[in-house]
Design a binder for this molecule. Structure first.
Ligand SMILES: [Zn+2]
Length: 264
């Protein structure tokens, strides 16, 4: 059975039919990690976990795209909340650096400061990190290099590089003992294919990033919203790339996720 290690079921796009989505998912998957990345969604995700404690697991953090608009007080409040709820969550994230939409240096500095706080928090709570990194359109600063430096300085050991697409640093990530997760983007992106090809299977996990990134085959049928059930499409693609069986991909990536998130 597959495990979706990164999705956003707290998204309003699921409000109308979340019960059906969860039913489909729990009938076919072993579990999902729902990442809530802004304070207004924290309680909503934890309530879902309360309803399905052995299937829907929660990760909490602040996405880097909020660094420019969130106040210092709200960051402190979010960190305090996460500390209080640490028993109910499996990880911190997604947190990280996103230089794609953020061009100005001051906001990038704020992203870095916020990211450092969450790396420290994960060490303090002994929880793994789900990390988001996206490169800027400019070539001057490299979000991957900056994020790796912050993670290494913070001593982060349990790291999941979600949707990681930068082959140049894959060896360094593996040397640090970090993991990588891939999603439907592997169907279309050469960079992601190269990463999946190169990574040892015991360091790979699968995710949907639902409601985003609908697999191509379903998109061509008019499906507009991704959901955990569709992770099977990515597992099939990964099996082709790694020239192994679908069953092997299922069992190994699920085992990796259970170990990583310490799910019994
Ligand atoms: Zn995400």
């Amino acid at each position: 059975m597959l495990f979706d290690c990164h999705c956003h079921l707290e998204s309003p796009l699921f409000d109308d039919d979340i019960e059906e989505v969860l039913q489909r998912a729990s009938g076919n998957l072993l579990g999902v990690v729902c990442s809530a990345v802004e304070p207004k969604d924290f309680e909503k995700s934890l309530a879902m976990h309360d309803r399905m404690p052995n299937f829907l697991y929660v990760s909490l953090g602040l996405h880097p795209e909020y660094a420019g608009s969130i106040s210092a007080e709200d960051i402190e409040r979010a960190i305090t909340f996460i500390k209080e709820k640490s028993e109910n969550i499996v990880s911190i994230g997604e947190v990280g650096l996103d230089y794609y939409w953020c061009q100005d240096e001051r906001t990038r500095q704020k992203q870095k400061e916020m990211f450092r706080r969450f790396v420290d928090l994960s060490m303090m709570l002994d929880k793994p990190l789900i990390v988001h990194i996206r490169r800027g359109k400019d070539k001057q600063s490299n979000a991957y290099e900056d994020a790796f430096e912050i993670l290494q300085q913070g001593g982060a050991k349990k790291v999941l590089l979600h949707m990681f697409g930068y082959k140049k640093l894959l060896t360094r990530a593996l040397e640090n003992g970090w993991h990588v997760s891939t999603n439907a983007i592997v169907e279309s992106s050469k960079d992601y294919k190269k990463i999946v090809k190169a990574i040892p299977l015991d360091h790979l996990m699968l995710e949907t990033d639902s409601p985003y990134l609908v697999p191509q085959m379903l998109k061509s049928r008019g499906v507009k919203r991704n959901e955990p059930l569709f992770i099977e499409q990515t597992a099939k693609k990964v099996a082709l790339i790694k020239e192994t069986s679908f069953e092997k991909i299922c069992s190994q990536t699920t085992l990796n996720a259970r170990k990583f998130f310490e799910i019994g």
